[in-house]
Ligand binder design. Structure first.
Ligand SMILES: Cc1cc2nc3c(=O)[nH]c(=O)nc-3n(C[C@H](O)[C@H](O)[C@H](O)COP(=O)(O)O)c2cc1C
Length: 438
């Protein structure tokens, strides 16, 4: 069946238009990780722009039963939506970004990560920036992850030949030109990272919640031999979790990195506030809120105060995570499912590093999601001091983005980490491939 705009807007159930197709999302509302209201705002309307911003293209196919894919708009309706989208007045935030893009410094002047971050703050959409830059609670650990490095000093040795240094290494049987990998970050515009990792000869660990499908990312590899690792957020539904692992194994991802420290979402208030800030910004200027109206429908605000989505964009990524994982139960489950090497990400103390070793994992990632956790560099230091006998394969991620990477890298490698992985590598702008690679 083909749909008119009138028809879409008249229905009682929650129907949305995405890429000229009509979907009934009524039954999916309670499951939507970003909350029902984020969808209801677009009921009867075109939701393409909002959808594209945070969902991989295959998300509808994976999450919505076939019978809820109701059909296409008819030609006239599709044309009207396209025209409305094209003629729409840009939001204040979009106008700000366009100006910043025109004025931004050339890449050759970006000398370090601080320069890069300053530009990112100007050219990123407000919502993406709030998501990327926010950290838990009062952001104490966020700051300390970086400050931890300033408590360590080198004792440089001299009179040693250094004209030929080889920074290459091998991790989980994968060679890497430098001891740096791309730590997973959700919604990161992955394809550019994939190409960048190829050019640089480093490993990319793809998030469970990317902005592209796992296959699109695998297909973006210039050479099928390029190694990708997969970071797993384990769904509480074992069947869904198994499907996810089987999919990436089938796509030739080469290691599974199970994240264990994000089973509940952190309290990232900047991220939570972002939609309100944007709405207020727009209302103050134009009297309207962002979004594309079609079919003449404008929803009246509810009488009742709406409950806020306290998870924000970041919370949505772990909304269905398994909160009852244990070493005894989860590791055998995963090892039975795949023969790929398994790393555990989110180790925050020596005791858990020991348990990970005992559980037979192939490596650990020392990292945290904030909330007063000990800075990762300190955990690494203690691990090396207290249990130098365990683990060859240790990777750290925290805090590396906020100081000069080379200094952090040296400190971390001096403590015999195998590798380190910065996470703030991309900006998720309108296009799915909008990364600004140095
Ligand atoms: C915006 C953002 C998204 C992230 N997404 C994920 C993710 O999808 N999976 C994951 O295991 N870790 C994720 N992380 C955690 C990072 O991989 C990394 O462990 C953490 O940010 C600490 O490193 P940093 O202090 O250098 O940022 C994310 C971090 C940020 C900032």
């Amino acid at each position: 069946m083909s749909w008119t705009l009138q028809h879409v807007s008249e229905h009682n159930s929650a129907q949305v238009i995405i890429h000229s197709k009509v979907y009934d999302v009524t039954e999916f509302l309670p499951e939507h990780p970003g909350g029902a209201s984020a969808i209801l705002e677009y009921a009867g309307k075109d939701a393409t722009a909002a959808y594209d911003l945070i969902h991989p293209l295959d998300s509808l196919v994976k999450n919505l039963p076939k019978e809820k894919h109701l059909g296409k708009l008819n030609c006239a309706a599709a044309k009207t939506v396209a025209q409305i989208t094209e003629n729409r007045v840009k939001t204040k935030d979009e106008q700000r970004i366009e100006k910043a893009q025109r004025e931004k410094a050339p890449l050759s002047r970006v000398l370090n990560l601080h320069d890069m971050e300053a530009i990112a703050r100007k050219v990123m959409p407000y919502k993406a920036l709030a998501y990327y830059s926010s950290a838990s609670d009062e952001e104490i650990t966020h700051g300390q992850n970086s400050a931890g490095f300033s408590r360590l000093f080198f004792l440089p040795r001299v009179m040693r030949p250094i004209s030929k240094c080889d920074p290459s290494t091998t991790l989980l049987s994968t060679p890497s030109r430098i001891p740096i990998f791309i730590s997973p970050a959700g919604l990161a515009g992955e394809a550019n990272l994939t190409r960048g990792a190829y050019q640089t000869g480093i490993i990319q660990c793809v998030s469970s919640s990317p902005s592209l499908s796992y296959k699109d990312i695998a297909d973006a590899r210039p050479d099928p031999a390029q190694v990708l690792w997969f970071q797993l957020y384990k769904n509480k539904d074992n069947k869904k979790a198994e499907e996810r692992v089987r999919e990436v194994v089938g796509l030739w991802y080469k290691a599974i990195v199970l994240t264990v420290d994000a089973v509940v979402y952190g309290n990232r208030e900047r991220d939570v506030r972002a939609p309100w800030v944007l709405k207020d910004m727009e209302k103050a200027e134009t009297g309207t809120t962002p979004g594309v109206e079609v079919g003449g429908i404008v929803r009246q605000p509810d009488d009742q105060e709406e409950l806020p989505n306290l998870g924000g964009s970041a919370g949505a990524l772990v909304a269905h995570d398994d909160r009852d994982m244990t070493w005894e139960k989860t590791m055998p489950w995963l090892k039975k499912l795949t023969t790929l090497p398994v790393m555990v990400k989110g180790i925050q103390c020596v005791a858990d590093a020991v348990l990970a070793a005992e559980a037979g994992v192939d490596g650990i990632v020392i990292s945290n999601h904030g909330e007063y956790a000990m800075p990762s560099i300190e955990v690494l230091y203690r691990l090396r001091k207290q249990r130098p006998d365990i683990f060859g394969t240790i990777v750290t991620t925290s805090g590396l983005n906020r100081i000069r990477l080379s200094t952090a890298a040296l400190s971390t490698l001096s403590l015999q980490a195998s590798m380190l992985g910065p996470s703030k590598h991309g900006e998720r702008v309108k296009s799915r491939e909008s990364l600004y690679i140095p």
